[in-house]
Design a protein around this ligand. Sequence first.
Ligand code: TEU
Length: 534
Amino acid sequence: MDPHWWQSATIYQIYPRSFQDSDGNGIGDLAGITARLDYVAALGIDAIWISPIYPSPMADFGYDVADYCDVDPRFGTLADFDALLARAHDLGLRVLLDLVPNHSSDRHPWFAASRSSRADPQRSWYIWRDPAPDGGPPNNWISDFGGPAWAWDAATGQYYAHAFLPEQPDLNWREPGLRRAMYDAMRFWFDRGIDGFRIDVLWHMIKAADFPDNPPNPDYREGMGEMHKVLQLHSTDQPEVHGIAAEMRAIADGYAGDRVLIGEIYLPVPELMTYYGSDTAPEVHLPFNFQLIEARWDAATLAGIIAAYEAALPPGGWPNWVLGNHDRQRIASRIGQRQARVAAMLLLTLRGTPTLYYGDEIGLADVAIPAIQVQDPRELREPGIGLGRDPVRTPMPWDGSVGAGFTTGTPWLPINPDHAIRNVAAQSDDAASMLSLTRNLLVLRRRHAALRVGLIREIVGEDDVLRFEREHGGERFVIALNLSDEERRFTLPDHVELPQLLLSTVPEWRTGGEDCDGRTLPLAPNEGIILLDG
Ligand code: TEU
């Protein structure tokens, strides 16, 4: 059977505030994204996921939704969205939106109704509880952004739950009316023609019915973030969440055109796997696999992670890999520019759907944000311990001009000071650039089914070298990645014949005169290579 489009696709995440500003207010917008779609398509991308574009007070930069069926005026209009979608489809790009169903904005009309009185019919659309006997919060749950996960509403004398900001009250997914309303919002966008959703914090969506205290986390240490004081045993990953995921999947499957659902889920692999669902009750097509974001960057660790993940996949479950997103340190900052090239090769040669974060294709690094310029509420609530996300959300540097081609105005976050050198225009014409490497990797991935949908085998991590093979229809690739900054050697397995070097992350090192000793091949410091067998 032919693979589904989302199995052989490469996904590209766009943070809309930071991709392209078209009206000079320093904030990216939909018309800006549309203008840059040619770039995205030429890069070799198949689908874009756009972080939330809905009307929002922007307490959490769009992850606080005040209307699930419209576009925030800062980003444009529904007509702008339709134009974006049409242009994307003309270019062969699919478009995924970000569904934020765990919580709304406190300015959503649903919440206004819900908090208006205990008797309001929409009271039960949110999670309201009486105070503890001492008048404090109903239990010890802690917000992911620090502080109690409960906010007091003096007017009605109850607390409401918020897994994130108080401005993001949690919706009550035990309430059928709420479920119907959110499913209608999904249909609104599916009817408009979108190709799928990334679902925000899917594992948070339903809480234990009796709201018991969470157990303390024995591994908590100062500086980890207050949320880690307790284990989220009762506030996340409840059995009933699978019913919701299955209902969402049924909605997606009700549409022609192979719509896809991707779940944002930070859980250990065994729990993550349960979000694929079963044959009779499938859930999300792709539960995001964030292990590369969190892994120690060494060959043995990565080989172990890859092999264990592959082994844990349920029958028919399709793998996926993510290297970066709008919440986590950028890969170039985490492991350095040279290893970021190796990481790109890894991401784009592993088995499974890769998701690339905008800017990572040019090695964009985190930008230190002066305290006075901090925007992210995550940083403002627990300052100075490195939890802020502004550094990874800075504008895309398109060229070396003052506004980096991103804006003619004042950018909402500072542009990386290195943008005079590190930008799309400069890297486009440079065959040795990270951008050219990314393009070349995507060309190979498109050209060779083995890299897209082939088996992965022989996953080995030894002596700083991570290697594995991809195989399909008689074609075999060997990928070997040197994770150290010294020369290394690795030995080709016996079943591999005379291989041909297709791509290196350090091509300038390879003169043809490298000292190859029979089946033992050298790797330059920080070099990754793709070999074609025979
Ligand atoms: O992020 C969820 C998220 O990253 C945290 O819950 C994470 O699990 C925690 O920091 C511990 O690792 C999503 C969005 O991606 C993020 O931008 C939003 O702020 C958040 O949900 C709320 O919608």
